[in-house]
Design a protein around this ligand. Structure first.
Ligand code: BGC
Length: 951
């Protein structure tokens, strides 16, 4: 797949600069997002060769870059010109694009019998919807090209569903490929062309499809085999634990790293499917697999290659006792501790046919991990980008310290030339001492070091395979000679989700905060959302996951990832309904702290809200019900009191019981809503009723009407009940007032919240008409604030509000305090999914124009297509540009500033509001009404530019 630039907010000259930065940054970009000064560079979304996209910038290091800029500018202009017209050339209903199956683009290896399809629609007219669709699924590309859906022809199906369309054809078969396409009819009955074809491969649907045996015995396993003919189609299904690298005839297969994803191995093991047709040949072939320990802490392999030969004959190559085993150059590997690689132990040619494997012993038949084998159906971990070091110092003789300029997860590629047996040690750190030496006190027990032992035959390149580090600094010792900046390259390694959202504001500090949040979110995606990527932890802590997940979903294409994580949660659930603090469970407790366990219902609900994914509710409902019933068993008087961490890492303490009980109420409320969506009226009614009882008990237990405060009166204590509208009506404003006073006067406009309170603090202030105050907190620069972190050199979000660099718990890269990013999109950008019309079927555009902000541009890549809200505010003029995808409608709430009276609102060059009345007749704008200080227009799909002017 190629890449293309999309300019957002290109009114600004920086947009063009950003485009150049992006293009130049293909190999060695530094940061997604904005420039280090926070200025508005974040304006290009591109897609790289490997399908990763991002907002990028380049650290330019010499004047040659200027020449490159000119060249690239020309290229960019051409690409941009090419990219836009292809989507826009035709008139009316354009062929659907962005075809996805189970949220994935052309997935190779799904194990769902009734997969779901989604597509994105474009239309040259406004207010368009799909009135019908036709999906064709064929068993060959040729049949599809002839418009023959031999597997499924939905016929013209009257429906406005363009997502979550369930396959309803002939039974899909294991180890088969399918091709599909779709067309649609618009609201006037005009048909689009068919889309370009897409495909999906069904992997192994049942346990009986597996023929191989689990083997082990060494960290390199090999097998040779002969094919009587060239293959026509070949798939490799592999589960290599803890991690594997699959090699065929001398080449690594695929670009996955640290694969497969981490699961509760005794319950479920993910296998990965590769199309290896092009890697196999008539005659002799060899397959080799390297194994790492990963989280499994042992090495086992199950592999099956199903090959269809040119004649149509099927053969399989499977792991079994005829395989050979021998330990290779990886002497040790550990997620936390790093890798020791002795290049002298390499076995050149071992993955080629004809290799003399005399010294190898037979592979051992071993016990498998015991879990159900499931296809890995989420973006894999990949080496997504490289980083050029910013600086190299030599703080002590023989000790070299590289500064990558950015904290991230991954590894470095070492380039070295030296004598055989020389040992180069790489140690990783987030911090430096004043002496310039690396400070690793906060890594706790993680050794976080790689050791490379040279083979001594000229230029050598090394990066580890089965470990990763969280770091900004790298210490190199033992390097033969003097290393240069070019001796190391950083590699960002993480789950390769695509960037779908963007947020840019006129306030540089907000962009900088957004940038460090994005880095923390992304570099903590390692098949599960980890808490941090550096110390001896890296766990799927559920509290961290639940607070960040909505913001993460607004930034990246996360549905498949979170669907997998929700299944991981089901896998840890015990029959009594309990789940665990970390998923998979290694650290923390069972039952989970309720503020951690709530990740199960909350993430499920967010996935539903963002994608309109009813199946995610169906799949999880029973587990969620058991979970909520467990909570109930712990709350005989309707108050859930048990808590371990509560409002974790707050600067002022709120009783844990209040936090837990708040989530008990939230979980119960959500269960009632889910039951209603799923049509279980009895459950919906009983959980709604239970929720009322919990709310009443909560107020009795924690609210003091005399003071107007909940419990200790901290920000968190009052924010939680305000967020879910739990406060008795008569006291609502009193409690909101207490909160505002606490922020303003008791803390001089600073927050005091931890993980739980922070998640809701800004939204509550906005709900209560205090977006200005929320904004003041967001742009605060003294402790505790994100500005304070930035002022102290943060390039990712800290774990603590405090600046700590000692041996305590103080990760420099923790995403949980980045939960504010959702508020950036939803309040400052103003893009909100309407809870009653999930999946952006109906959108609420409600931007908050606060204080000195003069513009914000936000885009969310929804399941229906891009939703954009981009506004600017100058004296006397407010402009709001909105993009609403086909098949969606929106209520666009256009603000006016206080000093504006007698306003007129134009959309394009037509008046839509004048003399306090809606003026009809503008295509797509169906209604408008005054709502307090705003005028709310109802619009259909299309792009709109509203301009408010007034006296
Ligand atoms: C993790 C947190 C986590 C917490 C539980 C820590 O060690 O890093 O992010 O949520 O434990 O209290």
């Amino acid at each position: 797949m190629g890449w293309f630039p999309v300019f957002v907010g290109a009114r600004r000259p920086e947009a063009a600069i950003c485009g150049l930065r992006y293009a130049l940054g293909m190999r060695n970009f530094t940061n997604p997002g904005v420039g280090s000064d926070g200025s508005m560079y974040a304006c290009v979304i591109g897609e790289t060769q490997n399908g990763n996209s991002g907002l990028r910038s380049l650290r330019m290091r010499n004047s040659n870059s200027i020449i490159k800029i000119v060249t690239v500018a020309a290229l960019l202009a051409l690409t941009a010109v090419r990219a836009v017209p292809t989507a826009r050339a035709a008139e009316g209903a354009l062929a659907p694009v962005t075809l996805r199956c189970e949220y994935l683009h052309n997935p190779v290896g799904i194990d769902v019998r009734q997969p779901r399809f989604a597509w994105v629609l474009h239309h040259t007219e406004r207010a368009q919807v799909q009135s019908a669709y036709q999906v064709l699924v064929a068993s060959s590309p040729e049949l599809l090209a002839q418009n023959k859906g031999d597997q499924w022809d939905s016929g013209k199906t009257a429906s406005d569903d363009s997502t979550q369309v369930v396959y309803n054809g002939k039974a899909l078969e294991s180890d088969h490929s399918y091709w599909w396409k779709v067309r649609y009819w618009d609201k006037d009955g005009n048909a689009s062309d068919y889309s370009h074809p897409a495909s999906f491969d069904v992997a192994l649907l049942s346990a009986d499809d597996w023929k191989g045996q689990w083997i082990g015995g060494a960290n390199q396993l090999r097998q040779e085999f002969t094919l009587a003919e060239a293959p026509r189609r070949a798939r490799a299904y592999i589960c290599g634990l803890g991690y594997y690298e699959l090699r065929i005839s001398g080449k690594k297969i695929g670009t996955n790293e640290l694969d497969p994803g981490w699961t509760t191995f005794e319950k479920r093991d993910l296998y990965v499917t590769y199309d290896v047709t092009a890697n196999l040949h008539h005659g002799a072939n060899a397959v080799g697999v390297m194994l790492g320990q990963g989280w499994f802490k042992s090495r086992v392999l199950l592999l099956q290659m199903d090959i269809e030969l040119a004649s149509g004959k099927h053969v399989s190559v499977t792991s079994g006792p005829t395989w050979k085993a021998k330990n290779g150059p990886i002497v040790s590997d550990s997620v936390w501790d790093g890798e020791v690689y002795d290049a002298r132990l390499e076995t050149p040619g071992w993955d080629l046919p004809g290799y003399k494997d005399d010294g190898w012993k037979p592979a051992e038949i071993v016990k498998g991990p015991g879990g159900v084998l499931s296809a890995q159906m989420m973006p894999p971990i990949q080496d997504v980008d490289s980083m050029v070091p910013l600086a190299l110092t030599n703080p002590r003789p023989g000790v070299y310290v590289y500064d990558m300029g950015q904290n991230f997860s991954g590894w470095v590629d070492l380039h070295v030339n030296g004598p055989r047996g020389a040992q180069v040690q790489l140690r990783f750190a987030e911090l430096l001492y004043d002496t310039g030496m690396i400070n690793r006190e906060n890594l706790r027990g993680a050794k976080a070091r790689d050791l490379y032992i040279l083979r001594g035959e000229g230029e050598e390149d090394y990066h580890p395979r089965f470990t990763y580090h969280g770091f900004r600094y790298v210490e190199v010792t033992g390097y033969p000679g003097t290393p240069s900046l070019d001796s190391l390259r950083g590699h960002v390694v993480r789950t390769a989700v695509q960037t779908t959202g963007s947020f840019v504001a006129s306030k540089p500090l907000l962009n900088q905060i957004h940038k460090i949040i994005r880095w923390s979110d992304l570099t903590n995606l390692h098949s599960v959302p980890t808490d941090c990527p550096q110390r001896n932890e890296r766990m799927g802590w559920m509290g961290d996951a639940q607070v960040s997940s909505e913001g993460v979903m607004l930034n990246f294409d996360m549905a498949a990832f979170y669907a997998n994580f929700l299944r991981d949660m089901r896998d840890v659930q015990d029959p009594d309904g309990t789940i665990t603090d970390t998923v998979p469970h290694r650290y923390g407790s069972r039952p989970a702290d309720p503020a951690w366990g709530t990740a199960f219902p909350l993430i499920c609900w967010y996935v539903y809200q963002q994608n309109g994914d009813r199946r995610i509710l169906e799949e999880n409902y029973d587990g969620l019900k058991k979970y909520v019933e467990y909570l109930r068993s712990r709350a005989p008087d309707n108050v859930l009191r048990y808590s371990y961490y509560g409002d974790w890492v707050a600067t002022e303490k709120t009783p844990g019981a209040e936090v837990s009980d708040f989530y008990y109420y939230y979980d119960t409320l959500l269960l009632a809503k889910m039951a209603a969506v799923l049509g279980d009226a009895a459950d919906a009614a009983s959980y709604a009723q239970r929720a009322v009882q919990i709310k009443d008990a909560f107020n009795k237990e924690f609210f003091d009407p005399k003071t107007g405060n909940y419990t200790t009166g901290t920000q968190t204590a009052n924010v939680l009940p305000l967020f879910l509208d739990m406060v008795p009506n008569d006291y609502r404003w009193a409690v909101a007032g207490k909160l505002a006073n606490n922020i303003l006067y008791e803390h001089n406009t600073h927050l005091t919240t931890g993980l739980a309170g922070l998640r809701y603090l800004m939204p509550v202030l906005t709900q209560n008409g205090s977006s200005d105050l929320a904004y003041d907190l967001a742009v605060q620069t003294t402790y505790p604030s994100w500005g304070y972190m930035l002022a102290n050199g943060a390039t990712t979000v800290w774990e603590l509000w405090e600046k700590k660099v000692g041996s305590a718990m103080n990760s420099q890269n923790h995403h949980m305090m980045g939960s504010v990013d959702a508020w950036f999109y939803e309040a400052l950008g103003g893009i909100k999914v309407d809870p009653d019309h999930p999946g952006y079927r109906h959108i609420r555009i409600e931007p908050q124009m606060t204080r000195d902000l003069t513009s914000v541009s936000a885009t969310v890549g929804s399941v229906r297509g891009n939703v954009t809200s981009s506004w600017s505010h100058e004296p006397g003029i407010i402009t709001l540009q909105v993009d609403v995808p086909v098949n969606a409608t929106a209520s666009v709430s256009v603000p006016k500033s206080d000093e504006m009276t007698d306003i007129t609102i134009h959309e394009g060059d037509r008046i839509v509001w004048e003399k306090r009345h809606f003026v009809g007749g503008t295509p797509g704008v169906t209604a408008g009404k005054l709502d307090g200080k705003r005028v709310v227009f109802e619009v259909g799909s299309g792009q709109y530019v509203f301009r408010v002017t007034g006296e």
